[in-house]
Design a protein around this ligand. Sequence first.
Ligand code: NAD
Ligand code: DAU
Length: 333
Amino acid sequence: MKILVTGGAGFIGSNFIRYMLKQHPDYKIINLDKLTYAGNLENLKEVEDNPNYSFVKGDICNDKAVEGICEKGIDAIINFAAETHVDRSITDPQAFIKTDIFGAQTLLEAVNKYKIKKYIQVSTDEVYGSINDGSFKETDFLDPSSPYSASKAGADLLVLAYKRTFDTPVIITRCSNNYGPSQYPEKLIPLFTTNAMEDKELPIYGKGENVRDWIYVEDHCSAIDSILHKGEIGEIYNVGADQEKTNLEVTEAILKAVDKPKSLIKFVKDRPGHDLRYAIDSSKLQKLGWKPKYDFEKGMELTVEWYQKNEDWWRKIKSGEYLKYYKKQYGRR
Ligand code: NAD
Ligand code: DAU
């Protein structure tokens, strides 16, 4: 199978490429990534010499870049490429609308033009909005709260409309909060883990009562692998691990793991439009035979260990050195 992975230099995309090349050594993977601040080719060092892996620097909004790959023959596209950080979507919404919606539409056009057999849109549980009790099913309506989740919801609707109008072979996945190796240190777990290691404050928004369902990134990768092979065209699959924690619980687990005092916690002004709780029902996906392998305790042990062993990776990002290097190497703005 020949797969176009977009956004493969980011956190989940790079974990997915490494995972897939191990699981399916005969598959070919082409990674199309714009290398925004979040894209990092160091995440792919392990596979860069693998003859079944290749990298193309390009924007999913650029139809020529996308078509240049698709015209050579692709069996499936898995779209990870997106602007992904909720806080950034509050200060710069436009970048999210461009990549997350227009980018998806550009890929859908290529799927139609080159008759690609499968398009997987990697979406998020945030499209459902917040839920006080129970959990969302795939049939629930969308009620996004941030420009990020609204952009992802917009893309989901477009993907479903392409199915209905053009019979485009699409599948949507909606996963909960991922954590694990090589997550950019702007998201809660890597930010707080590395801040604690540096004896810096951990800024908890509001009272730290917000709840997220945490999934170890490898479990998300195995879910997409299952969906790629066994998922039904036109369907949506929630991907969750049933590991709900408040942000305060997550923070305390991090401090314990790195042996730092609770005095590093600082309660700060809340995020505008901050969703209180995310929860999804993944039973539809489990019927395909998938189940998560890691509980929160094991996943956190592996994650903290990774950040402890890879200080060079995150220190370069946090000090700005990494951006300077990539600007020189790849001519980024
Ligand atoms: P990330 O921010 O770590 O990586 C995004 C990648 O996309 C980067 O490599 C970046 O360079 C690339 N990119 C951005 N704009 C692009 C463009 N226009 N063209 C080509 N490449 C572009 O993101 P992530 O956390 O790995 O998330 C990957 C996907 O999974 C996203 O679609 C996100 O919405 C979804 N998702 C993330 C989570 C999570 O907890 N992180 C949970 C559910 C779903
Ligand atoms: O639910 C899936 C989503 O999870 C993905 O679609 C997004 O791409 C991903 O960024 C993530 O969104 P969140 O907003 O839930 O993740 P984040 O790590 O930014 O925040 C997790 C929780 O921690 C949230 O309630 C806000 C809080 N938080 C976050 C940061 C960065 C803090 O209290 N302080 C912080 O400094």
